[in-house]
Design a protein around this ligand. Structure first.
Ligand code: AMP
Ligand code: ZN
Length: 115
């Protein structure tokens, strides 16, 4: 899939309507359209990187930036003390459906039963 066809690239360019909760040069954050927890956000790199394994060493700082932004969002969403989970689905068996790297933030409910 090219960046022109990619749903997350289209959201970043404003071609698809979505509320951008946070944005910087490195990544941006939206709410998941079909949330599996009361707080379900996606931290998405601006660069069209297909999978976690495709991150080049020169782009590895992007991952650190995404983790830092996840912490900022968790504070904003008030889920730090109650706890939350960060998930990256890599490939088909993990259930990756959007071929543009993204970090799920899941919180505001107990996730213990979800493994
Ligand atoms: P994954 O299974 O890790 O590829 O997750 C992709 C996520 O993107 C799913 O949880 C979808 O609900 C979510 N998603 C797909 N399209 C949109 C959209 N237009 N806006 C927000 N989230 C979306
Ligand atoms: Zn993309």
């Amino acid at each position: 899939m090219t960046p022109e066809e990619c749903i997350f690239c289209k959201i970043h360019k404003g071609l698809i309507d979505s509320e951008i909760l946070y944005s910087d040069d490195n990544c941006f954050v939206i709410r998941d359209i079909s949330p599996r927890a009361p707080v379900h956000l996606l931290v998405i790199p601006v660069l069209h990187i297909t999978r976690l394994v495709d991150v080049n060493i020169q782009d590895a700082h992007i991952l650190g930036g995404m983790l830092k932004v996840a912490s900022v969002m968790a504070i904003r969403e008030n889920i730090v003390e109650s706890g939350y989970r960060l998930v990256v689905n890599q490939g088909e068996n993990a259930g990756q459906v959007v071929p543009h790297l993204h970090l799920h933030i899941l919180g505001a409910k107990s996730l213990a039963a979800m493994g």
